[in-house]
Write a protein that binds this ligand. Sequence first.
Ligand SMILES: [Fe+2]
Ligand SMILES: [Fe+2]
Length: 294
Amino acid sequence: MAISIQKFEEQGGRLKTDDIDFESFRTQPLPADVLRCISYMHDIEYQTVLYTRELLMMPQYKDPQFTAFLTLWNYEEYWHGHALGRVLAMHDLPAHDSRLADMREFNKRYLFWSPAIFWALGYGVRKFPAVHMTWGAINEWTANAAYNRLGAVADHPVLTELLTRIMRQEGRHAGYYASYARELLEGDRKAQKVTSWFLRHQWAPVGNGDVPKIETSFATAYLFGSGDGMELIDRIEDRIDLLPGLAGLNLVRTGIAEAREHVIEVEGFLPPPPNRVGGDRKSGADDEAVLQGL
Ligand SMILES: [Fe+2]
Ligand SMILES: [Fe+2]
């Protein structure tokens, strides 16, 4: 495997927030559309422990390096959710346990069955590890791009600093998943075919099913449906195209187009992100952080 667990042990851990001025959101609050995206991200970050519940049902539980990754990954994602929850709480919006309890109630039927589904996929579908490693890479790339774009759209120095720190960790997660996926896909036609089939038939932006679909659609369409957001998606498509046997899927672009249509159908229109002086501005984060670890 290209990325060792040692890198996570040495460089990862709890997100540093002790010097983040959360109180600044009281005097400089974020716009409602941005807060709606942050609520969605808070939910997805905290949901990681339930994805882990599914992943551990598969035969890969036997690999100590993989379970070490899941442990460290989970811990980092937990603190991402926690930090975003603090931003929401500063705006007197629901966060942490109250939101999560509602979410698990919303999704209880799927959550009841999902460990059994993953057990069946893990033991019944040959080469399934290539599918979930590729899936993980795509989700981490899009998470990273979403934070990059959100920082630029919100244009709030404290939020940008917080998101930049989160992005550094997302970059490592993406690097781990992508290197593992590449290793499993390389030279293995069967793994490539199975992965391509699952992505084309089952993939949707992260969160679909975990939170009301309109919330996933809104966040993805708002952040990626225009300007620099579309450019970031092009770069993710390039990365997917470079994985062995997965060229030309056009997966994320299609997902964003569908999300746009869904928001317009349900809510009548999709608000454009604010236009900054001098056009769309990149966030303070190093752009290359999106591609970090590759
Ligand atoms: Fe995260
Ligand atoms: Fe992540």
